[in-house]
Design a protein around this ligand. Sequence first.
Ligand code: DC
Length: 224
Amino acid sequence: MISIAIDGPGGAGKSTIARTLAKDMGYLYVDTGALYRAIGLYARRNGAAPGDTDRVTALLPDIQLDLRWVEGIQRVYLNGEDVSEEIRLPEISMAASDVSAMVPVRDFLLELQRDMARKHHVVMDGRDIGTVVLPDAQVKIFLTADPEERARRRCRELEEKGLPGDFQQVLAELRQRDQQDQNRAAAPLRQAEDAVLADTTGLTLEESLALVKRIVKERAGNDL
Ligand code: DC
């Protein structure tokens, strides 16, 4: 099986690029952030305070997560309920980042992610795919952009969903989440040594996609 790992901070365009790339290649697109978001949602619904590892760990046995794909679009099911839209709410971004720093949560999700890569050719995006989840991925890309540019993109996404956000607030939250994801002890966000850096600052989505495709071709060549 072939795996393409795309890691990077929030708002860098990972999910759109990974989804399009997977579709063009006929691979399965796996958005691992959605799994952390679903756990963050469950923790919030059950009144767990941010950072309460013991409480969240105690909730894990009650959580059944399933990923399904409808016309190439990943849907996430939490105990049988489709939470794909709800996990995108801005307040769930921080809840996801909080639970993702907890070792039992990362352990809980590790096999689920690896199992998908054992069964399918995948384009998998997240924070630790190239470093921890799939260290043997054939292609690793670290996709990033300036925080301001990422915040602008996030604001545009929110507007399109009818949830307009204040730029300064979106930027502050994004920086806080970067800080938290980069500085946690367990599987922090960082570029794998053998990953190619793709900085999309100033690039359109089309240009970013073309850059990523060029990297995939250079890295994997005739293996694909
Ligand atoms: O990619 P995203 O914004 O949906 O991810 C939400 C949070 O989940 C992110 O702040 C950090 C965490 N995450 C992680 O720790 N490891 C991953 N592979 C994916 C996401």
